[in-house]
Design a protein around this ligand. Structure first.
Ligand code: 5GP
Length: 189
């Protein structure tokens, strides 16, 4: 997506060869016009995938995901990050290793927001090792529902997440695919 790639080149900050900071338009301050275009792009791509709900992970996935859910006219469900596991029959939980914070959290969903006949589109801001996406997949599948697509705003293709999800048979659509962050330079595929 050219608009997104241009913004990444103009405003993205390479922290090191593994981490890109996009705080000025996605993660801290949000560019709503960009989010609107992202919503349209994902909705157009997944419009024939019979999606019944959009799932995302708090908090950085919410801005793009709300626009996707608006465009597809289906509810958005936000998976919560809890630091302790909660013994509660009303919840689904999956353990996830955080890429940016070097800690583990329990991705948590109240059972009332998913049904076995749901077809879920997972949206997230970044794909790195695929931990967050795989946690979300685990929750969806434990509920007996299906993941019909995964939409990623920025994929770091040199990290393992994309291949893991491809190999597991999920359809992944990423709007920007980064080949390398080496030498302080952002290179797309
Ligand atoms: P994964 O679970 O795929 O290893 O990492 C994805 C999650 O980690 C995303 O939800 C995102 O919040 C965070 N993340 C991973 N890499 C980056 C990065 O380079 N920059 C930022 N801002 N967040 C990242």
């Amino acid at each position: 997506m050219k608009l997104l790639e241009d913004m990444i080149l103009e405003k993205g900050k390479v922290i090191n060869e593994d981490v890109l900071k996009v705080n000025s338009f996605i993660n801290h301050q949000v560019n709503s016009k960009l989010m609107k275009e992202i919503g349209k792009e994902f909705a157009n791509h997944f419009k024939n995938h019979y999606i019944t709900k959009v799932f995302t992970i708090e908090s950085s996935g919410i801005a793009p995901a709300v626009m996707v859910s608006y465009e597809l006219d289906v509810p958005l469900v936000i998976l919560k990050k809890q630091t302790s596991s909660t013994l509660n029959d009303d919840l689904y939980q999956a353990k996830v290793k955080s890429f940016t914070k070097n800690c583990e959290y329990n991705l948590t969903l109240s059972k009332e927001y998913i049904y076995p006949d749901d077809r879920i589109l997972i949206i997230d801001d970044f794909l790195a090792n695929g931990e967050a996406a795989r946690g979300a997949i685990k929750i969806v599948e434990t509920a007996g529902a299906k993941v019909n697509g995964i939409g990623i705003v920025i994929e770091k293709s040199f990290q393992p997440g994309r291949k893991l999800l491809d190999d597991a048979g999920y359809e992944v659509y990423s709007l920007a695919r980064i080949k390398s962050l080496k030498d302080n330079k952002i290179q797309f595929i």
